[in-house]
Design a protein around this ligand. Sequence first.
Ligand SMILES: [Zn+2]
Length: 153
Amino acid sequence: MKSRKPEEKTNSTQLRKNFEEDLVLLKKNICTAIIDLNVNGIGHATSLAYDQDLLKLTVDRGIRVEGCPSSNIATGAIPDLESLRIRELLEAGVLYSINPDDDLFLPDLTNTVQESSYVYKFTENDLNKMRLNAWKTRFGHRKPAPEDIRQLI
Ligand SMILES: [Zn+2]
C-alpha cells in the first residue's frame, strides 16, 4: 500500500479518492488474510463491506472484525465514518466490534463508540450485538464474560 504521512493535511475529497483507489488492494489484503492465512480475526477491514463474497466468507467462517473507526479517521485511512458501512456489516452477521486502537493518543473506547453512534444511530440492540461479538471473539477467553453476556455466548 502507498504510505501516507498521517500529519499530511488532505481534504475529504482527496481522502475519498485515496480510499476508493485503495479498495482493490484493501480487499486483496482481506482475501489474503482469510484464504491464504486462514485467520480467525481481522483488524480494521475497512473495505470488507465493499465485497459481498468476502463479506459472506467472513460471516461463514465466523471471523471477528475489530473495527477501529476513530483510529481510521485519525490516520486518514477512511474519508468518513460512513465509509466503513458498519450497519451493513452488522446486518450481514459479521462478528464486528468497535475498538479504540491505542487510547493513549487516539479517542478511547467510549468516545469511539459515541462518534460512531452519532453517525450510525446505533440502537441498544446494535450496541449489545457489538458488545456480544467482542466477548464471543476475545483473545484467549481468560477473562470470564459478564453475567448478562455469558448466557448469550
Ligand atoms: Zn485497530
